[in-house]
Design a binder for this molecule. Structure first.
Ligand code: HEM
Length: 157
């Protein structure tokens, strides 16, 4: 029961987090490009981004909590065993290690994007360009993590 609840919350959080990023990049950003005033564009993107940031981080925290719960309740892997060499010798463990490395990278780059580059982009076109690269890079990384999650489900590579 705990596994099912954790899996439900894990998948729901991934849908919300990645869906939100796709919505920002594919729907909100192109719409804002059609606005003539760059200051208004930036103001709307900052406001929408700030709102999404809060829920996005709630989703990330849920992913980070439910992942280890699933590993323990379904696969019998305790948090301490996640970094063990013995685990990494199996296809499942190898895939898990790659997924978790990607998760560590995306958490770091999201922190930089959301709390440093994003606020700086308000007053600097250079930071806007860098924040854009980080935002898109994060989206690609998140999609790769989902691919790794599917491979994990199938037993690993
Ligand atoms: C950026 C964060 C993460 C994203 C976007 C993500 C995404 C997903 C998705 C979409 C699934 C469902 C697909 C499937 O069952 O094949 C999944 C499954 C899974 N995730 Fe994550 N995940 C993240 C973080 C984590 C973390 C931190 C852990 C563990 C420490 C973890 C462990 C697992 C496990 C064990 C499953 C497989 C459950 C099963 O066998 O069905 N995930 N993940």
């Amino acid at each position: 029961m705990l596994f099912k609840l954790a899996l439900f919350l894990h998948i729901l959080s991934a849908i919300f987090w990645i869906g939100g990023m796709l919505f920002l990049v594919l729907v909100v950003a192109p719409f804002l490009q059609s606005l003539p005033d760059p200051r208004e564009r930036s103001k709307i993107y900052q406001t929408v981004g700030k709102k999404y940031r809060l829920y996005g981080w709630i989703a990330i925290i849920i992913l980070l909590v439910t992942g280890p719960i699933m590993l323990y309740t379904f696969y019998g892997i305790s948090p301490g065993a996640i970094f063990s060499r013995q685990l990494h010798a199996s296809p499942f463990g190898k895939t898990l290690a790659v997924k978790l490395a990607f998760v560590a990278i995306i958490v770091t780059t999201s922190l930089i994007h959301d709390f440093w580059l994003g606020p700086k982009a308000r007053s600097s076109p250079q930071f806007t360009a860098i924040a854009k690269i980080f935002g898109r890079g994060n989206l690609i990384l998140a999609l790769l993590i989902v691919i790794l999650a599917v491979i994990l489900r199938a037993g690993g590579f």
